[in-house]
Design a protein around this ligand. Structure first.
Ligand SMILES: Nc1ncnc2c1ncn2[C@@H]1O[C@H](COP(=O)(O)OP(=O)(O)O)[C@@H](O)[C@H]1O
Ligand SMILES: [Mg+2]
Length: 378
């Protein structure tokens, strides 16, 4: 029962081995390997069993800071320190962690970085959907072997959860509430008994210390497959909020767009923060239903208009500016992305947007270029 789990990044036989810079998106533990190594070296605080870092160092990895030797740890999460401390502390207990929030509040992002910092790998992940089978949480079978040899450990195909239990690592379960309720129930035994029964082999797989679960769920999905109270009791819930202020949200977008632009080698710059500020202002005003000065009520569209979407509007703008513009993001580089993000429903949302354009955007003198660019899109 103690077969070591397969390495997570084994290339397929014959596959070209890719170096770090040759993949489109590196997992957190690869992208930030230097920071993680520096933290591990500097970290003299107690580490829970099998943790790569102490809870203090994990929190520093998430929020950023400067180490004694001058190494700069970049902030991954911009927001409340206390929330991250609560999340990290939960992982050090026998309760699992549930990151809850509207779309685009960095639930997946924080989960990946937490797993990378705590266990050294963010690769153990189950993507929750309406079609997620129990095998994704427990184990399945290699049917060729099962038929040839009968049930044996070699014929069993462990799920990411089972591999995390065996290796004492953190496993991530994305969009937990999209998983059908009866499949979710498989987690109850795992989280309360810390063991996975394998009746076919008349045995069970105990979880090693260091095992834990980070689940994410969207609170807009509420009611889809709400967590049973039995399962809820096994989780500490941390609600990730939308950014409080315009400045915070602009800072998140600026940091992420700069990193994404560098990763894609886009020869363009985000330009003055003012372009980001306008996009984020539009998002916040439409989201809250009132203009920043609180003077005008506006209608909200059906779209979420999350920070994550503001990031993609700006990234698209960056690509347009790089390839078809003068290298600096301007109003006509963001207009199409902006309208696309707001207008999800072609009838209702278009009306909402037209009204906002004509009553708010048009009246702002310094927004004349944005007004024109949006009008030109028809
Ligand atoms: N508070 C924040 N700090 C840092 N990045 C954030 C924050 N909020 C949103 N983001 C960014 O938004 C993007 C999408 O987040 P994601 O984790 O996919 O959202 P969710 O899973 O909550 O829907 C990520 O690139 C992330 O960096
Ligand atoms: Mg997510």
């Amino acid at each position: 029962m103690t077969t070591p789990p397969a390495p997570d990044h084994d290339p397929a036989p014959g596959a070209e081995v890719l170096t770090a810079r040759e993949v489109l998106r590196e997992p957190a533990e690869v992208a930030y390997a230097d920071e993680l190594a520096a933290l591990a070296a500097a970290d003299d605080r107690p580490r829970p069993p099998r943790w790569r870092l102490s809870p203090w160092a994990v929190t520093t990895y998430l929020l950023g800071g400067t180490l004694g030797d001058g190494t700069v740890i970049t902030p991954k999460y911009l927001g409340s320190r206390r929330l991250m401390e609560i999340a990290v502390a939960s992982l050090a207990t026998d309760r699992a962690l549930l990151l809850l929030g509207v779309p685009g509040t960095a639930k997946t992002w924080v989960g990946e970085h937490l797993a990378a910092a705590v266990s050294g790998s963010s690769a153990l992940v189950v993507q929750g959907t309406a079609g997620t089978p129990e095998e994704s949480l427990r184990y399945g079978w290699n049917y060729a072997r099962l038929l040839a040899e009968g049930p044996s450990r070699a014929a069993l195909v462990p799920s990411p959860v089972m591999r995390a239990m065996e290796s004492g690592a953190v496993v991530r379960i994305e969009e937990l509430t999209r998983i059908p309720a009866d499949v979710q129930d498989a987690l109850i035994t795992i989280l309360s008994e810390k063991t996975l029964p394998v009746p076919e082999l008349d045995t069970q797989v105990p979880a090693r210390p260091g095992f834990n679960v980070i689940a994410t769920a969207n609170n807009r999905d509420k009611g889809v497959n709400e967590l049973s109270s039995a399962l809820k009791r096994r989780f500490n819930t941390v609600v990730l909020p939308l950014p409080d202020t315009l400045e915070q949200e602009v800072e998140i977008v600026r940091t992420r767009v700069a990193a994404i632009g560098a990763g894609l080698a886009l020869p363009a710059d985000v330009g003055a923060t003012s372009e980001i500020e306008r996009v984020v202002t539009v998002f916040r005003e439409l989201r809250s239903g009132t203009t920043a000065d609180q003077r005008t009520t506006v209608k909200s569209p059906s779209a979420t208009l999350s920070t994550a979407e503001a990031i993609s509007v700006m990234t698209n703008g960056l690509a347009l500016a790089a390839h078809f513009g003068d290298g600096t993001v301007r109003a006509d580089d963001v207009a199409a992305g902006l309208v696309g993000a707001v207008v999800k429903d072609p009838v209702q949302d278009r009306l909402v947007w037209q009204e906002y354009l004509e009553t708010v955007v048009k009246d702002r003198r310094s927004w004349a270029d944005l007004y024109r660019a949006c009008r030109e899109l028809g």
